[in-house]
Design a protein around this ligand. Structure first.
Ligand code: SAH
Length: 347
């Protein structure tokens, strides 16, 4: 019998499992609370009998990541973790300290299969999906190791959350639970490269989280060139889904836009973004492109002009402040570096 990942189970599921073992229902909550406090073994669950702890050990495992590398920025205190998972795979998490609270950027997959041409995370493809517990652990163990209380989560690390939707939805339920880390949905952002069925499914859930859409080009030709997902879900379909999302949830969408020299930084593209957003309150987040050695794309020099152009159409546009510039803190760079250097990292 294969072992079950107990930290990926909901409170109801653990309670039901306890009932089946002849235990009272409140044991479920006790176990859930321990797991989400970050215990690494059943023996630490001191309010359970030894007999129950032994029974749990026979059927269940507690996933625990170990720190493979940790880098702390001297510039702004940003911390980047490279975690080694139980099967030897490695994932990245970044902790950023903002005035409005400490934010973790977590990964949703080991690698990514979306193939965006400017992104380091996708170069070696996808290895596997992350389990809900492995996403919880990034938040939990980042908080425990850093001693900094996490108030916000962005699903903007390695991987495409909508390509691992069931596990991501379960993660959201776990991390939001009052007996777990209790992080409010309004403090969570989920970023997608534009997987339309995922956007519709999210709209149906009515969660109060913030949806970010990685737009990067408003015209089909450019977008297909830099983002293969556009060939499956064209930018027109994508905006139709965004408008549906707004109509259903009333929530403003944030559009991510990495500025690439000569590719997506023309005024006509700003005009087209405004046209496509028209009818809903969108916010465009302009990101200075991170130079990825393997990529032919270079950072744009027109960010301020592009921002002005968007604003002239009444679109709110901000330029993302870059943190952790001295520690490979962006977009799969640490994992790639570790992979290139070899060592104990499986991919
Ligand atoms: N797969 C999801 C979330 C992970 S990527 C998504 O695509 O939204 C997080 C963000 O970083 C995305 O907006 C992505 O397009 C952006 N990104 C990737 N590589 C980048 C680079 N070299 N410079 C700037 N932003 C980049």
């Amino acid at each position: 019998m294969s072992m079950i990942d107990i930290k990926s189970m909901t409170l109801q599921e653990i309670t039901e499992a306890c009932r089946q073992m002849g235990e009272p229902a409140f044991r479920g909550k006790q176990i859930f609370v321990w797991l989400h406090k970050g215990v690494t073994s059943f023996d630490e669950m001191s309010n359970l009998s030894k007999a129950l702890r032994e029974k749990l050990k026979e059927r269940y495992v507690i996933t625990v990541p170990t720190i493979a590398r940790k880098q702390v920025s001297k510039l702004d205190g940003t911390i980047k973790y490279l975690w080694e998972l139980d099967d030897g795979n490695c994932i990245e998490t970044v902790l950023m300290q903002y005035h409005h609270g400490n934010t973790v950027c977590i990964s949703s997959q080991v690698g990514c299969r979306m193939g965006c041409a400017f992104c380091a995370s996708t170069i070696a493809g996808k290895v596997r999906d992350l389990q809900p517990s492995e996403m919880v652990n990034q938040v939990l163990f980042t908080q425990l190791d850093s001693g900094l209380e996490i108030s916000n989560i962005v699903l903007m690390g390695i991987g495409e959350p909508m390509d691992n939707r069931d596990n991501v939805m379960r993660f959201l339920e776990l991390i939001n639970h009052p007996d777990g880390m209790n992080i409010g949905m309004r403090h969570i952002s989920l970023s997608t490269c534009g997987v339309v069925p995922g956007i519709d499914a999210l709209a149906d859930c009515g969660l109060q989280l913030t949806l970010s859409v990685s737009l990067h080009a408003p015209d089909s030709e450019t977008r297909s060139r830099i983002m293969p997902v556009n060939k499956a879900y064209d930018v027109e379909e994508l905006f139709a889904a965004c408008h549906r999302y707004f109509q259903k949830t009333g929530r403003r969408i944030s559009f991510e836009y990495a500025m690439i020299d000569g590719v997506n930084d023309n005024d006509w593209q700003a005009d087209l973004i405004a046209k496509r957003i028209h009818g809903m309150p969108g916010h465009v987040n302009l990101i200075p492109l991170n130079d990825v050695v393997e990529s032919p794309f270079k950072p744009s020099k027109r960010i301020a002009a592009f921002q002005k152009r968007l604003e002239s159409h009444g679109i709110t546009a901000t330029v993302r402040r870059s943190l952790g510039g001295d520690i490979d803190a962006s977009c799969g760079q640490l994992r790639r570096k570790a992979m290139e250097e070899g060592g104990a990292l499986h991919t």
